[in-house]
Design a protein around this ligand. Sequence first.
Ligand SMILES: [Zn+2]
Length: 347
Amino acid sequence: MTQGPEPPPGRPKAASTPSGGSEPRAAGSVGATYIGRFAPSPTGPLHAGSLVAALASWLDARAAGGRWLVRIEDADTERCLPGLGEHILGQLAACGLIADEAPVWQSARGALYEAALQRLMAAGLAYPCGCTRREIDAALAARGVAHERHGERVYPGTCRDGLHGKPARAWRFATWKFEQEVPAASAPPAQAAIETIADEVRWTDRRLGPQRQAVAREVGDFVLRRADGPWAYQLAVVVDDAAQGITDVVRGEDLADNTPRQILLQRALGCPAPRYLHTPLVMGADGQKLSKQNGATALTTGALAEALGALQAAAAVLGLPPSAAATPAEALAQWVAPWAALYNPRP
Ligand SMILES: [Zn+2]
């Protein structure tokens, strides 16, 4: 159902059913149709940085003659603010970015994530962990591994053989085990952009080029769900992308290093791997990614000129030419061809 450019749509009834679309497609079938998505977390209003990802994913879908969906990633209910999802949808609509279907809300899809976790548990690829952060640091220190202040905390595997009487605090993906159990030769046909997942994940980003990460060594057994409720981003994204038949993920470059974890989960759950394009980040005054902490202000998209100005700024970040269009819709239409020339060369 296409929504008109009316005021921000409320939470649609239809989106509360735990269905996200058709049956997951077989791996390797990507290419026949294009389905893209923008998936904001309602932890703050849309700002200049998130609009870049929204615009890029919309243009990519249009350039490919495909569909564009919006998914509100409010699975981590603790961090999400009430009403912000609706607000973001309103901001997008003001910029002419209207989803081709009713938006999907992750907070209504817990049953799907639970089913995926149960499948991983049954396959021996997920296990409960009772460690506190402090215990993880102590175990790492005992092995002589100092945890860098901003570095990734690689879980030392303490609970792989059981909880030892402790209550479960989280469920983790058995990365080390999965990597050992996936002989490259017997892996199902991978989407062309994914070269291998044995030992390390090697994949090709449409903008960043070849990427690699040894997930077991660099990230470890990552969290799928915390015992206090929230679903981890990695699991929810993989389940939803598969359920919605997403063929192309276009999102900010800050999420690029999450991709190998998601590729492993896709393979473990038998989901197809989408193509990936990670967009340039908008930097704050401190040279860091633009965020609420370093001055990202919410976009004001109330007036036509404001929405157009926000889109122009986002387009410039993507390397698109300035537009003299009078409305967001007109500007969007003008950028489809330049986008295709820049990012979308099809084989
Ligand atoms: Zn543990």
